[in-house]
Design a protein around this ligand. Sequence first.
Ligand code: MG
Length: 387
Amino acid sequence: MRSIAPWACTPADSRGRLYAEQGGIRGPRDAFQRDRDRIIHSIAFRRLRSKTQVFMAPDGDHFRVRLTHSLEVAQIGRTVARALGLNEDLTEALCLAHDIGHPPFGHAGERALEEALAGQGGFDHNGHTLRTLTVLERPYPGWDGLNLTWDMLEGLAKHNGPIHEPQWALAEADRQFPLDLTSWPSLEAQVAAIADDIAYDNHDIDDGLRAGLLTLDQLMEVPMVAEGWRTVESSYPGTDRKRLIGEMVRSQIGTMANDLIAATRVRVADSGVQSIGDVRAAGRCLAHFSDVMREAERGLKAFMYANLYHHPDQIAAADAAHQIVAGLFAAYAADPGLMPAEWREALPADAPWRSRHIADFIAGMTDRYAIKRYREVIGPIDLPEGF
Ligand code: MG
């Protein structure tokens, strides 16, 4: 039996679910295990398989998509949570769910919806995660949403720390089940957030090289990566480049996770927290990298923005994605009859809910489905290489 830290979340101390549940055959699972399973069994989670992570609707089978990204985040998050004596199931559930509110085509799709809802509250993927899980998923006879624990909703709402001015979708979730938005969330949520960074910092190097948008030579500009490359090259002389890249990325994930674990132990000890209440009241993030790793990671991110995320091919793909999402919104707003019956019949008459409802429909789409609907309701579209 591994030891649980006194500042970990526990199912026994959970603030519970909004709607009381009873009966049914539920198996020997605690509240956080059930949360995790509800995520895995949700429709929104299954749709992540065809949603962009970095590469649009990738037809290359080896690239990450939102689903495989979320699995990698969960794997890193669980490792860190276990090492720190935190609740592994809650951490895993938070990691699996953290990107569930992403619209098709990642941030390009998000920007198009944000513009479409300008003046009507806007669109934000994290707010939409809460909306998806508390309103739009409807597998239960007695209520809308997945009826997740407070601890789970809190961790998702505050994925990036305390919130002082919640966006409308978050504010709705908070009104329904108050989430103490202005405090820091649990360490489980803090670990899930940084596991997200560790996952994409590394898998985007791997995918960027695979796609040919990054070169190893370019990556040598990043001191942390250059050092990792020199280490694997000297440890495995004469080895195939592909294997060395794999080894380099794998080692860097390990180095970052180990740094996170060690630095978090120190911060937790220095802070004097004794309970989950103390974690929420600490007034600062306790789970993060050492200062040295934080700087190194910032350097890596700056490089990735300049060379991969803002690569001309990626910008061309983002422009096409924007055209698809903006075009669909305009078409449905002009003629809601173009939406499937289920969505058309539930359309609210007035602003802002009418527009938000249309955005809900579009945000749920996979990349593939959005392209298909665009061709059906608007017409042909030329897509850049890689779509
Ligand atoms: Mg993510």
